[in-house]
Ligand binder design. Structure first.
Ligand code: PLP
Length: 453
């Protein structure tokens, strides 16, 4: 990796301008101190002070192909020299090719691609398509989910700490999806959890009225809410319920898609085919913003002779599409999806299970591919989380101290409430993954110190 020459003066200037003028997401502006980052390559990024970090966050679980992949950088440069922008109403070589390569990987007859600028817009448009297609008003989504921060997407998100005061929840109904470790159904086995979750969903639909429900949206593997792979048979059961009532099944693969779970899509693990599939992030590792909806033949046919009521100026942006083509080609050529599967099975999974045995603060580890959660607890018996839900200030200090210890070790973690998510790029090497786990292992002493009983 190119050795970064420290330049603290430049770093201080970047920080000063940031604090003066950049308004940051999800933050109390007066309480944050965003690190200034000078560069990135592969699994690493570095600041202006000479600190280099192994990226176990993938920048909001996004850079599946790692930082600055040379083939993707070159494709963006070439496209920029050729044509930077063109309205969505034209056919463009890179847009056609990006759509073709995505449709090649999506399941069933999901062969039409509507491009957006990111995940939330993909969710907005998927729900709109379902509502127009069915003529029904409601959408069902799970508690413990994240679907984005625009109006429909934030209302669908099953996490009250995200619900903004401008949210109206119009037409959204939440239900509980399976999560055995903190079972909403007091189940003791995966089979019980699955069966009770499916019964609960069927009951919810009966009481809401099936004829009022346009769509059920689920993250195939809920990500931000805790990386919770569903029990075998759950998604197939949801598919069956949707078929029974003519409800559109939307699988949100914005975070889980494009290699993250060790398959092209997370749904590939359970072979369940949705009617609409939303994607973003890993489709081009976020080198240029893009997302989209893959659409079934039946839903696409609804808009064959009737205009689709939606569109975006930058839909299918040529720079973004060029980076999609280069990303998917490189992922194929370099076996990057298989690498994610192998690292998960051979290094991260076994490594985290060993770590869990050594540390009383680790309540559970779960995941697949390069998509893992480490659930930190104050009490392993009661499973009381290390910090309370949505904790801030002193109540959140144990997680703040844990994250600081990880960073001192040279690892950039993805900390969400009482969890650390282990989400390196899909390109991570076995040696890098082992290095990262060793740093986590050491830092967990900070969490162990809070364990009671
Ligand atoms: N859906 C899922 C499953 C996500 O994880 C995210 C972002 O993390 C989104 C939607 C929203 O995507 P974006 O932030 O690109 O709008």
């Amino acid at each position: 990796h190119s050795a970064p020459a420290p330049d603290p003066t430049a770093g201080a200037a970047v920080k000063a301008a940031d604090r003066a003028h950049v308004f940051h997401s999800w933050s109390a502006q007066g309480q944050i101190d965003p690190p200034a980052i000078a560069g990135a390559e592969g699994s690493y990024f570095w600041d202006y002070d000479g600190n280099r970090f192994l990226d176990f966050s993938s920048q909001l679980v996004n850079t599946n192909i790692g930082h600055q992949h040379p083939k993707v950088v070159a494709a963006i440069q070439e496209q920029a020299a050729k044509m930077c922008t063109l309205a969505p109403g034209f056919a463009v070589d890179v847009r056609s090719e990006a759509a073709r390569l995505i449709a090649q990987r999506t399941p069933g007859d999901l062969d039409k691609i509507f491009f957006t600028n990111g995940g939330a817009e993909a969710v907005e448009n998927a729900v709109r398509m379902a509502r127009v297609h069915t003529g029904r008003p409601k959408a069902l989504s799970a508690y413990r989910s994240y679907h984005g921060a625009t109006n429909a997407a934030i209302n669908l998100t099953g996490d009250p700490r995200r619900w903004a005061s401008d949210s109206a929840s119009a037409g959204v109904v939440h239900f509980w999806a399976p999560f055995l470790y903190r079972s909403p159904f007091h189940a003791e086995t995966e089979e019980q959890e699955r069966d009770r979750a499916l019964r609960h969903l069927a009951d919810t639909i009966t009481f809401e009225g099936p004829q009022t429900i346009a769509a059920i949206i689920l993250e195939t593997v809920p990500g931000t809410a805790g990386i919770m792979p569903p029990p075998p048979g759950y998604l197939a059961g949801v598919r069956e319920i949707c078929d029974q009532y003519g409800i559109v099944l939307i699988l949100d693969e914005v975070m889980a898609g494009f290699g993250r779970t060790g398959r092209w899509f997370a749904r590939d693990h359970w072979d369940v085919t949705p009617d609409l599939l939303t994607f973003a992030k890993g489709v081009n590792s976020g080198y240029v913003p893009i997302g989209g909806v893959a659409i079934s033949a039946e839903i696409a046919a609804t808009f064959d002779q009737r205009p689709y009521p939606g569109g975006l100026t930058y839909s299918g942006h040529p720079l973004a599409c060029a980076s999609v083509v280069a990303t998917l080609t490189a992922m194929e050529e370099e076996g990057i999806v298989d690498n994610a599967a192998a690292i998960g099975e051979q290094v991260i999974g076994p490594g985290l299970r060993e770590i869990a045995e050594r540390h009383p603060s680790v309540g559970e580890v779960r995941g697949l591919g390069v998509f893992w959660a480490v659930e930190l607890v104050r009490n392993p018996e009661t499973r009381e989380p290390l910090v309370p839900y949505n904790a801030s200030g002193p109540a959140n200090q144990p997680m703040v101290d844990f994250a600081a210890a990880v960073k001192r070790g040279g690892l950039w973690p993805s900390v969400v409430m009482n969890r650390t998510h282990v989400v390196p790029p899909c390109t991570v090497s076995a040696a890098e993954a082992k290095d990262g786990l060793a740093i986590l292992d050491e830092a967990l002493a900070v969490a162990d110190a809070h364990v009671v009983g």
